[in-house]
Design a binder for this molecule. Structure first.
Ligand code: FES
Length: 492
């Protein structure tokens, strides 16, 4: 790694150029972008992204908006870290600036000394014209080189300024041993920021009582932002142990923390409020619930819960992403059950409803770096929607394909959130969406999907639908090279 160059981590590069991490990784894989120990040198960044105008980036706009007091108080608090954290980040940056300036002054001295020495050598070698001419040429070159501005100066300055703003507003967190990365912004704790980024760290109460979110600081600086009742021994604190739900990151940090699997999450019982009953068509309603501030639902994308209203109850998949804070979305099919009738006809905003869960193992593999194919049959779209959003927030997949098989809206609810899927496809380069008609039958539909994927060696499939459809799909996918670990089916 060149000693004096300026290097940036990949996650920061992705944010600076406005591309996903997987898109940056693909450029590296294709030999388009060179890295040193997983870092990108600034000159290389300017070379590979000649058209990026750094000053147009969202970070600067955000600062301008903050300066202009355009934000409401709540958004203002979300955007800016606590003043103590800001002060520490600015202090750290000031130290780096002072170190760089001291080094520059030192180089200035060295150059002055070198000039004097060259004069001495020229004087001593006056009798040898060739030596004297060489020294004159060298001094002239030095003068010109020092006077010239390095190429791309303005863009390099804009990039550095942009990166500095980013470092003041957010801190980068690496979670070992899994190696996940996320950014902490505003007043978020490390736990809140991780969940927002779709990283399912272990936790329980989220308010400092249970100790389930205990982690160990490997490097960097953290600061307590919420007191906690859970007691850590002095020896544990000395080892670097702390609670993710009580601390934020001051500088870029590396922590050791556990990732939650489906079996690690305890069954919870939460009383939520109805935020809205969205009747999507005559067959399907989206029920939007808000969990209490003190007890958000801990679940993984693809899991289900039991919805209880008085004596009525039914099991539904959560359609929202765990990264959506307190929002829980369930898709209710209008059938003859009293609960569905109640949701469609009587449920009102602010009603109180109980949910129990989560249950199920239809969850995302976090180490996937491959093509991910999501397949939903009718309202099997609910868990698939949650998984798609989770994959998006994690930025793990190189490319995503979504197939949604449904009949007519009147009979089955149809593709009841078709616009949303089209928006995903418009917004993401590597996202392909294809709605399919269920009328052809399970075998024909499975065959038409698999025809797009003759080689499934490097793919993961997540499919939710009826057992006969899953059976033909799985058989066909395995025949096309899908590994058994790459198949994730949820029969409904
Ligand atoms: S989640 Fe319970 S103490 Fe942090």
């Amino acid at each position: 790694m060149p000693a004096m160059a300026h290097f940036l981590p990949l996650s920061r590069v992705a944010r600076l150029v406005g591309e996903s991490r997987s898109a940056i990784q693909r450029r590296i894989h294709d030999g388009e972008l060179t890295t040193f120990d997983g870092m990108v040198e600034m000159g290389e960044l300017l070379r590979v992204f000649p058209d990026v105008r750094w000053e147009d980036d969202g970070e600067f706009r955000r600062v301008e908006e903050i300066k202009a007091h355009a934000f409401s108080r709540r958004v203002y608090e979300r955007a800016l870290p606590a003043k103590e954290v800001l002060a520490e980040r600015l202090f750290e940056m000031g130290r780096e600036f002072a170190a760089a300036k001291t080094l520059l002054l030192h180089y200035d001295e060295v150059l002055r000394f070198l000039g004097d020495k060259l004069d001495d050598v020229a004087e001593a070698g006056a009798a040898r014209p060739a030596v004297q001419q060489a020294i004159i040429d060298l001094k002239q070159w030095l003068r010109q080189a020092l006077a010239a501005r390095p190429s791309d100066t303005e863009r390099a300055q804009a990039l550095l300024a942009q990166e500095n703003v980013m470092r003041i507003l957010s801190a980068r967190v690496t979670v070992n041993p899994a190696g996940h990365e996320f950014f902490v912004e505003g007043n978020d704790t490390l736990l809140e920021a991780a969940l927002r980024a779709g990283i399912p760290l272990n936790y329980g109460c989220s308010n400092g009582n249970c100790g389930d979110c205990r982690a160990r600081l490997v490097s960097g600086q953290i600061r307590k932002v919420h007191p906690h009742d859970f007691v850590l021994k002095e020896s544990e604190k000395a080892e670097g142990d702390f609670l993710l739900c009580s601390y934020t990151a001051v500088s870029d940090v590396v922590v050791e923390a556990g990732i939650a699997g489906a079996d690690d999450i305890p069954l919870q019982e939460i009383v939520t409020r109805v935020k809205a009953v969205e009747i999507l068509n005559e067959r399907i309603a989206a029920l939007h619930l808000t969990a209490p501030r003190s007890q958000r639902l801990h679940f993984l994308a693809g899991q289900r819960v039991t919805l209880c209203v008085g004596d009525l109850s039914g099991e539904y998949y959560v359609a929202s992403c765990p990264c959506e804070d307190r929002h829980i979305e369930l898709h209710i099919r209008r059938d003859n059950s009293p609960l569905a009738r109640h949701v469609f006809e009587d449920m009102a905003k602010e009603d109180s409803v109980r949910i129990e869960g989560p249950r199920g193992h239809f969850v995302m593999k976090l180490d996937s770096r491959r093509t991910v194919i999501f397949i939903a049959w009718e309202d099997g779209f609910a868990p698939i929607k949650s998984l798609v959003q989770h994959a998006m927030s994690l930025e793990i997949a190189e490319s995503m394909h979504l197939y949604w098989v449904a009949g007519s809206a009147a009979a089955t609810g149809g593709h009841y959130q078709d616009n949303l899927c089209r928006t995903w496809a418009d917004a993401l380069d590597e996202f392909i969406y294809q709605p399919l008609d269920a009328a052809g039958g399970a075998a024909a539909v499975a065959e038409s999907i698999l025809a797009h994927h003759p080689n499934l060696h490097h793919a993961d499939i997540y499919a939710a639908g009826p057992p006969d459809f899953l059976h033909v799909l799985q058989t066909g996918a395995l025949a096309r090279g899908l590994s058994s670990m790459g198949w994730h089916g949820e029969a409904r």
